[in-house]
Design a protein around this ligand. Structure first.
Ligand code: AMP
Length: 220
């Protein structure tokens, strides 16, 4: 199996944006538990029904549900190319379960990269963001509009969507959940010797480059 990379960071840090770029640059597969959960909500599965209200409140979905969804995804053949875990793990229980899952497959974590940002800037970043419904390209009311209003630069699609949880109030809840439950994983991975820290406040292209250099260093 290819490298196993974890992107750590609060909502709005750029995990999804950078994971998509790493897919392009390194042929890896983005694995976002948030995307998998939103798909389960949209499909109306049992897990989706249980997760919906929790997600809208900006809290964490139970470890059982998230781990079941992740394990289902990890057995797909494309995962062999190597993965970028985006938004997973988010709790100590999930981190330990991931270690076990990888150990069972004779694998381990290549690197956990912490995208370091200021909380207050995250509220503005997350509140204005939206994506192309067709290809998933990300945009922002203030920071990144498409060249032609309402038309995706990447695929030409005209349907844009916003997440139900991307509002200022819910973002604050999500930041609290991050600091309480997820930020301790930075120490967890530091202790394992796989942590990389990256200042992620700059322009997207600069971070792409810096992240690419890190990935090249650990996964080449
Ligand atoms: P995200 O797309 O990563 O921002 O996730 C959106 C929401 O999905 C989060 O606020 C949580 O409610 C839920 N979620 C996503 N990933 C996880 C996870 N690993 N553990 C628990 N909840 C998650």
């Amino acid at each position: 199996m290819g490298p196993v990379l974890i992107l750590l960071g609060p909502p709005g840090a750029g995990k999804g944006t950078q994971a998509r770029m790493l897919e392009e640059d390194f042929g890896l597969v983005q694995l976002s538990t948030g995307d998998l959960l939103r798909a389960a909500v949209a499909a109306g599965t049992d897990a989706g029904k249980q997760a919906k209200a929790v997600m809208e409140a900006g809290q964490l979905v139970s470890d059982d549900i998230v781990l079941a969804i992740l394990k289902d995804r990890m057995v797909q053949p494309d995962v062999a190319k190597g993965v970028i875990l985006d938004g997973f793990p988010r709790t100590a229980v999930q981190a330990e379960a991931l270690d076990e899952l990888l150990a069972d497959a004779g694998q381990k974590i290549t690197a956990a990269i912490s995208l370091e940002v200021d909380d207050e800037a995250m509220v503005a970043r997350v509140s204005g963001r939206y994506t192309c419904a067709g290809c998933g390209e990300g945009y922002h009311d203030e920071f990144k509009q498409p060249a032609k209003a309402g038309v995706c630069d990447k695929c030409g699609g005209t349907a844009m969507k916003r997440r139900a949880d991307d509002n200022a109030e819910t973002v604050r809840e999500r930041l609290t959940a991050y600091h309480d439950q997820t930020a301790p994983l930075i120490t967890y991975y530091d202790d394992k010797g796989v942590l990389e820290r990256l200042d992620a406040m700059g322009p997207i292209a600069d971070i792409r480059q810096a992240l690419g250099a890190i990935v090249q260093g650990v996964a080449a």
